[in-house]
Design a protein. Structure first.
Length: 513
């Protein structure tokens, strides 16, 4: 149906794609995998004619014999949505926050002149039902939906005109495992029922192993290995494919640490409530656990279970309505002093979103001191923190945009280290990273823990990561801890049905190759 032949791309003279050839067949799923910067997304944008200024494209993109690289913009606008649909990684930025979801799906039909206003609304309702949003009114706005529901709206928009090719660019990276399983099942059903081709772009080999009929592996703008999924995953003929496979199941070397008997962090019957039109809602419902010095504790659960609310309370950002949180015996609250606050720091999922792009790294790393005054040894601390995470002291003079995603996450870790904390909360700290960068960051965290006796609270929806880097794990559902135990014991013999459901929903590479 659609083929890319010897496609090469330069942007302002810099080579981006090199001799890329792919074939997409109706009713089949092609998985395109590779690390960040390998050219996966630029391949998709080349296919759709959405390249930035300064681009020079050579080679061929053919849709049913029609050459797209030389097509006029008017013709490409007709094809986008009609013949080729696209689902982006972050639905909140792909949707219009000022427009109801029904209007956004209907707009796709009306722009292409495929339906009248009334008919477009009817089809929009039909498509929203098709993606599992039967219970969601069309007048809802994106901010009123969960992440998984927003992604379903994006899929409804992409399939509204029944395109022949659907491009899904990291469609489940930000979703928890149960929501991810639902979205992947939905995509699989659409391919089967609608007979469309699906180009699934991801850095998650486990997702590709479960979904794809064929796999193409990209590195530095070139396809280094391609073929039937089972063959590629079994043979791994190219060293880079083997490296990706190894990184997917990477287990960092974690040195044994001497744990103190007295807990560093204790959470005792914590309650956090929000008031709404229908009364009080308990986001955290009498949660209790402890975390010892030098221990890594995992916290897992699907979106909306209360993980982030609990995290804000542990960081002293939100007050509790009941219970208590103590750090080394001292109460944690929004009113706590800097000396206690400096002992617990946080690393977020998206370092770029948590950095001011107009500030240099030296100022970004020193942010924890902005409210308390500049310490006399600040330059030495900045150098120490950058060196600790494997960066150069000269990097202090650069801006965030000058670094890769993995390097920016190192800077975020350096910012957390500068106050010499004892507890670091890692809130989805490696979820957005490709498998090789993730492996490097996990090794870095293991080394820092061994050198400094750090304690980690590891919050993640990626169960494979939690299994490989934590000593104990907590499973959270609807504001409560439903299971707690040694990590391996919980994963191999879960006691609670919800834990078993989470583990079953997570894609794995076990048994592959």
């Amino acid at each position: 149906m659609i083929s890319l032949s010897h496609l090469s791309l330069e942007i302002h003279g810099t080579p981006i794609l090199r001799d890329v050839s792919l074939t997409l067949v109706p009713g089949h799923i092609l998985g395109l995998v590779g690390e960040s910067g390998s050219g996966k997304s630029m391949t998709a944008l080349s296919l759709m004619g959405l390249l930035p200024q300064g681009s020079a494209l050579s080679g061929s993109v053919s849709l049913e014999g029609e050459e797209l690289t030389t097509a006029a913009e008017r013709r490409l606008c007709q094809l986008r949505g009609n013949e080729i649909g696209m689902i982006f990684q972050e639905p909140m930025t792909a949707l219009n926050p000022m427009q109801p979801i029904g209007a956004q799906v209907a707009e796709t039909l009306r722009i292409h002149g495929a339906a009248s206003r009334r008919e477009a609304r009817r089809i929009a309702r039909e498509k929203l039902d098709r993606v599992g949003l039967e219970a969601i009114p069309m007048h809802r706005y994106p901010h009123e939906l969960s992440g998984g529901q927003r992604q379903r709206v994006c899929i409804a928009m992409a399939i509204a005109l029944r395109p022949r090719l659907l491009i899904a660019d990291e469609p489940t990276t930000a979703l928890d495992v149960t929501t991810q399983a639902q979205i992947l099942n939905l995509l699989r059903e659409l391919v089967r029922d609608e007979g469309m081709a699906l180009l699934l772009i991801t850095h998650d080999l486990a997702v590709v192993a479960e979904m794809a009929d064929d796999i193409a592996v990209m590195r530095a703008g070139a396809v280094v290995e391609a073929g039937p999924a089972a063959q590629v995953l079994r043979e791994r003929a190219h060293p880079y494919t083997e490296a990706l496979f190894a990184a997917s199941g990477h287990q960092p070397d974690r040195a044994a640490t001497q744990l103190r008997e007295v807990p560093l962090l204790s959470v005792e019957r914590a309650v956090r409530e929000y008031s709404g039109r229908s009364g009080a809602f308990r986001a955290v419902d009498e949660v209790s656990f402890t975390l010892r010095q030098g221990e890594s504790l995992g916290l897992v659960g699907e979106s909306g279970c209360g993980k982030s609310t609990l995290t804000r309370a542990i960081l002293g950002l939100d007050p509790l309505q009941g219970g208590a949180i103590r750090l080394d015996g001292q109460p944690v609250s929004p009113a706590m002093g800097f000396e206690l606050r400096r002992r617990v720091q946080v690393v977020f999922q998206d370092p770029y979103g948590s950095f001011n792009p107009r500030h240099r790294v030296s100022r970004l790393i020193a942010e924890p001191f902005h409210l308390t005054g500049r310490p006399a040894d600040l330059p030495a601390r900045i150098t120490e923190s950058l060196t600790a995470v494997g960066l150069s002291p000269d990097d202090a003079h650069k801006y965030p945009h000058e670094f890769s995603g993995g390097q920016r996450q190192r800077i975020a870790i350096a910012r957390a280290l500068i106050t010499h904390p004892e507890l670091i909360v890692l809130d989805e700290a490696v979820s957005a990273l490709d498998v090789q960068v993730r492996a490097v960051i996990l090794d870095l965290l293991a080394r820092l823990q061994a050198e400094r006796g750090l304690s980690y609270l590891f919050i993640s929806h990626d169960l494979s990561v939690v299994r490989n880097v934590t000593d104990r794990v907590l499973v959270m559902q609807s504001g409560k801890i439903v299971e707690e135990g040694e990590t391996e014991q919980v994963f191999t013999a879960p006691r609670h049905p919800y834990t078993a459901q989470l583990i079953a929903a997570a894609p794995t590479l076990e048994g592959v190759g």
